[in-house]
Each structure stands twice: as C-alpha cells, then as structure tokens.
Design a protein around this ligand. Structure first.
Ligand code: PMP
Length: 291
C-alpha cells in the first residue's frame, strides 16, 4: 500500500491544483492540535459524482457549526471536485474534501487563523461483488458512546468527533472484528464507526433517529429506496435489546455503501432479500439510474 502522502496525481489546495506530494501543511496547524476541521467523503461512479451538492452543503454547514467561514462558494467547491476527479483521470473514485484552520496563530483561540480547503481523489472501487458482500461484516459493541448534542457538534462531520470512532474501530480490529457498534449517551443504538445502521424487523426497516449523529446521505438514499420499493420505514429510538428481533442488519455510508452485517455481539443475522435489494438498488442509482 502506497503512503497517502507519496502518490502521483494532483490535489486541489486553496484554489489551485498542486502536485500530490506538495499538498502539505505545517506542524503548528491549529487543526492538528485542536481538531478544528471538518471533512467530507464523496464517491464518483462512472465519472459522475453521487449527490455532490448534498455533500458540499454538509461541508459548508459543518464548517459553519464549528465556526469556520468558508473562503469559497459552493459552486467553486463543486467545480473543484469535478476538476480533481478529471485531473486524476478517475471514473470511479473517492473524494476527500477537508476544511481546516491553519498555522497563522497558535493557541486555543481560533482567531486570526486562515481557513484552508483541499480536495483529494483516489481510486476506490467497490471491492466486493454483491455475493461477496452478502456474507456480512462482524461488529462488536464499542467502548465509546456517541455524545449528547450539547456536548459535541454532533451534526457536523467534524474531525474531533472521529477520535471515538478511530478508538472504537481499533478496539474492534484488535479483537478480530470488522467494526464496532456505537451506542449513544443514552445507551441507545446509534451507528457504526463510519456508517449508519438499519435493522429489518418483521419485514419493516427500522433505523435510529439521527438526533446525536449524522443523518448520512447514504442513509437518506436507503430510506428513498425503501419508500420506492414499498418497504415500511420506522425511524425511532432503538435499544440494544431490539437487535435480538432483527432478521437482517446492514450499514450505510459513502465508503461502506450498503454493507450487510452478520454479527453484533451475541446476535447473529443472515443477510437476506432486503440486503440484496438494497445493494442492487443502491448500485443502480449510484451508477446512473434515477433515485
Ligand atoms: N456516520 C459516520 C460517523 C460517518 O463517518 C459516516 C460517513 N460519512 C456516516 C455516518 C454515513 O454518512 P454518509 O452516508 O453521508 O457517507
């Protein structure tokens, strides 16, 4: 695996394309010390960026929540995403826009720091066929909980919030699991470390109310698919005990797409017709079909 700092290609940095290896920031960057950053994860399929404006909107809203004024317009960021994809000769790829405070001032106060924006893109095709994905991933309960909305900027895709995600992911991987299920501050089922969760109970699709974590763009697409295919959707508070009632479970996220789950702690699930339909429809929509 090549180091992400040492690759061919170009990165859009503060308004200009720069060689990949030159897209650097200083050690005294405010964001490195105080997590003053927001980012996005976006995917392109067949040269088309899926729900780009929604991702750009979330980036701007997130920047606003953490008090950073975007130095570019949404149109400029959208165009830059397209340009980065084209300049790196990518048809299917993952884009990573990020916004952060620079090294102009050091100390807790963000006053006087410049807001920087960069966008990278790299090849990241769907690794598995539908059949391979249908085996499902194994989750363990995370040792960390999603914080209450008044203790962290839970509706922003803010870098600081990812500390508990990387710790939980590491905890899971150290124990031989693929990912971790995070409960929230109330002990309710929230999400995985980088993806939302859905449960199939008695043929209906249940998903936690996103009141302290991201209402993911893939989550919203999965709800649209359910509505269009006649599957009832129930958005509600879900307890860990409810997991015992589920026949199928799957995760949704830009990177994860639709990923069936086979195991969470003591519970076992068999990815079945709903997972299959979701993967097929999501693939159809992302690769060009109408939502
Ligand atoms: N929750 C977390 C913590 C995430 O990192 C992601 C990925 N952005 C999601 C949910 C799913 O969001 P989306 O479907 O918009 O990628």
């Amino acid at each position: 695996m090549t180091d992400f700092a040492d690759r061919e290609g170009v990165i859009w940095l503060d308004g200009a394309m720069v060689p990949w290896r030159d897209a650097k920031t200083h050690f005294l960057t405010h964001s490195l010390h105080y997590a003053s950053a927001v980012f996005e994860g976006v995917r392109a399929y067949n040269g088309r960026i899926f729900k780009l404006r929604q991702h750009t909107d979330r980036l701007f809203e997130g920047a606003g929540i953490v008090g950073m004024k975007m130095p570019f317009t949404r149109d400029v960021i959208d165009a830059a995403c397209q340009a980065v994809l084209a300049a790196n000769h990518l048809e299917d790829g993952y884009l990573r826009p990020a916004v952060w405070r620079g090294s102009e001032v050091m100390g807790l106060s963000p006053r006087g720091t410049a807001v920087h924006v960069a966008i990278a893109a790299w090849s990241w095709p769907s690794y598995f066929s539908v059949e391979q994905r249908m085996t499902g991933v194994r989750l363990i309960e995370a040792p960390w909980r999603r914080p209450a909305p008044d203790t962290a900027p839970t509706q922003a895709k803010a870098s600081g919030l990812y500390q508990i995600c990387t710790l939980s992911k590491q905890y899971a991987e150290d124990r031989g699991y693929d990912d971790a299920l995070m409960l929230d501050y109330r002990g309710l089922v929230a999400e995985a470390t980088g993806a939302n969760i859905f449960l199939v109970i008695d043929g209906k699709l249940h998903t936690p109310t996103p009141d302290c974590f991201l209402n993911g763009i893939t989550r919203q697409t999965a709800i649209e698919i359910a509505e269009q295919t006649g599957i009832d959707i129930v958005e509600r508070h879900i307890t860990p005990e409810d997991l015992a009632l589920a026949d199928e479970v799957f995760l949704t996220g830009t990177a994860a797409e639709i990923t069936p789950v086979s195991e969470i702690g003591p519970h076992r699930f068999t990815p079945g017709p709903v997972c299959h339909l979701m993967i097929k429809e999501y693939t159809r929509i992302t690769t060009g079909g109408a939502a």
